[in-house]
Design a binder for this molecule. Structure first.
Ligand SMILES: Nc1ncnc2c1ncn2[C@@H]1O[C@H](COP(=O)(O)OP(=O)(O)OP(=O)(O)O)[C@@H](O)[C@H]1O
Ligand SMILES: [Mg+2]
Length: 368
């Protein structure tokens, strides 16, 4: 491939599969101009499962289209395996894409669909046949080579789309919500299949989703996006346990977000008291804590550090856990307790007076 030749052999050190610097894409002019992407900086490792996660319209597809070469940036740089790809058409980039609305060729068989790009590239027949057989085995479609797409289930069609994208041996596979057309159960199964496929191929996957569970379950790292900007990049644990700001805390997993103000002894929150914290006095902050990292105690069991008093407004039985809504702070607070677990030893009813007991280190003070 021309791309590999151009890279030469002197690039010995491990490179990023993809590096984006100041990448920007605007639409419109003058007052009507808006940023689909603003100043994106990130690096993706050669064998990484990297996920772009964010709400509809945050710029995920735009970013993939720029990496794939289907659209041109208005600013910034895209470097793929050490090479600036500005101006390179999609077919000259070592990248392939599985689109949001993938379309198989309905008149071609599974094997012909998977081998399509290889034929276009003019690969020798025997080599192509061997690659197709390898791809069919990789996605577990043995015995279905001669079927047409309308003789396949949704999940099988999705596997054909994946095999077709992997057949020309891209070094980076871009996947734009590839599971969104599937029902919930199949989606769940395809998650592990996709993850296994990434491990087996050893290439970089850049996976787009607006489903936080999917992102947490599959990714080596996640970039959380909003409004064309990256809000945080990190491993799933980092994003979930130490969200960088209110948006991330709220978008991933849902957190209690409590308005507070830094005072002389810590952050002061109406109805909750003072929470030890560093910070500029007078600064408005947000306390963030997950519903599952709070315990509930009644008056007689109170200890220093418990927050309250609050009142139980609602108790919802959810099978494996109990969910409580509490009133008395500036915003309603949510607590989930595992049933029968250590923390869930005591139950409460609407009207009960309770105090919150945050797990050590679970309360985060956010300044943005
Ligand atoms: N051709 C275009 N002209 C003008 N604005 C566009 C164009 N394409 C995309 N946009 C805008 O750019 C922003 C990002 O769009 P993009 O398709 O990247 O979002 P997304 O994160 O993929 O959303 P979704 O989850 O709905 O697929 C949106 O505000 C969108 O309206
Ligand atoms: Mg999209």
């Amino acid at each position: 491939m021309a791309f590999n030749d151009a890279m030469g052999t002197d690039v010995a050190e491990v490179q990023d599969a993809c590096r984006l610097a100041g990448l920007t894409r605007t639409y419109g002019k003058g007052a009507a101009m808006h940023h689909a992407l603003a100043d994106i900086d990130l690096s993706i490792a050669p064998n990484e499962f990297f996920t772009l996660l964010g709400p509809s319209g945050c710029g995920k597809t735009t970013l993939l289209r720029l990496i794939g070469g289907f659209d041109q940036p208005t600013g910034g740089q895209i470097v793929i395996f050490g090479r600036d790809v500005a101006g390179l058409p999609p077919e000259d980039r070592p990248v392939n894409t599985v689109f949001q609305h993938y379309a198989l060729f309905p008149h071609l068989t599974v094997a012909q669909n998977i081998g399509f790009a290889l034929r276009m590239l003019g690969r020798p027949k025997a080599e192509s046949a061997a690659t197709v057989a390898r791809m069919v085995a990789l996605v577990g479609l043995e015995g279905m080579e001669e079927r047409k797409p309308d003789q396949l289930s949704g999940g099988q069609r999705q596997r054909v789309a994946l095999a077709r994208a992997l057949a020309p041996s891209p070094k980076i596979l871009l996947l734009d919500e590839p599971l969104s057309a599937l029902d919930a159960k199949l989606r769940q199964r395809m998650r592990s299949e996709l993850k296994a496929l990434q491990r087996e191929t050893g290439i970089a996957f850049v996976f787009v989703t607006h489903d936080q569970d999917e992102a947490l379950a599959m990714s080596d790292r996640i970039a959380v996006m909003q409004g064309g900007r990256i809000q945080q990049i990190g491993r799933p644990e980092e994003i979930y346990e130490t969200p960088a700001n209110r948006f991330v805390a709220d978008f991933i997993g849902g957190a209690n977000l409590i308005p507070a103000r830094n005072g002389p002894n810590g952050a002061e929150a109406a109805g909750l008291g003072v929470i030890p914290a560093d910070g500029r006095p007078g600064e408005a902050v947000t306390l963030a804590i997950r519903p599952e990292r709070l315990g509930l105690v009644a008056g007689p069991s109170r200890q220093a550090g418990d927050l309250g008093p609050l009142r139980v407004a609602e108790r919802v039985y959810m099978g494996n856990e109990l969910s409580f809504r509490l009133e008395g702070a500036e915003v309603p607070l949510h607590v989930t307790l595992p049933r029968g677990g250590l923390r869930g030893a005591q139950d409460f009813a609407p009207g009960d007076q309770v105090w919150l007991r945050p797990e050590p280190g679970a309360l985060r003070v956010l300044t943005s």
